[in-house]
Design a binder for this molecule. Structure first.
Ligand code: FES
Length: 144
């Protein structure tokens, strides 16, 4: 029986870990249809912190109701919404659910501010991008 080196085990674990990752996309909304994609209705967000996971043409994202307006989001009355990519900008794992307005990546420990997308803790070096939203009569749309 041959002995497996520590290096071979680490390489194998790295390869397995990478298969669960997605490529990082610079402009995740670019692939959306020009007319936009209906993603939700206002009733889906009864409270601050209410959220919905989205798949925007293959781009995982989260749509969340915030307590206050955010420049990358949209507002109607006292409802403030933001859609942010959930693809970690380090090497593309999917970040976890929001906790205290932050999302974390279990792959290597990056933490992002949900409202701004800013990196709070590396190794990620770029913020999580936001998707553009529009609120129309019949719902909330993600638009390119
Ligand atoms: S892929 Fe998210 S921290 Fe590495």
């Amino acid at each position: 029986m041959s002995k497996i080196s520590r290096r071979e085990v680490l390489v194998a674990l790295g390869a397995v870990g990478m298969t669960g990752c997605l490529p990082v996309r610079e402009n995740p909304g670019a692939s959306l249809a020009a007319a936009g994609v209906k993603v939700a209705v206002l009733g889906d967000f009864p409270n601050v912190g209410s959220s919905k996971n989205l798949d925007l043409s293959g781009n995982p994202a989260i749509l969340v109701r915030l307590a206050k307006p955010q420049s990358q989001g949209v507002s109607v009355g006292d409802i403030h919404l933001l859609a942010r990519s959930t693809v970690c900008t380090h090497v593309g794992c999917i970040v976890g659910a929001p906790v205290n307005n932050q999302v974390g990546c279990a792959c290597h420990g990056s933490v992002f501010d949900l409202e701004t997308g800013a990196v709070k803790q590396g190794p990620a070096g770029a913020p999580l991008p936001a998707f553009k939203l529009q609120i129309r009569d019949d719902g909330i749309y993600a638009v390119p």
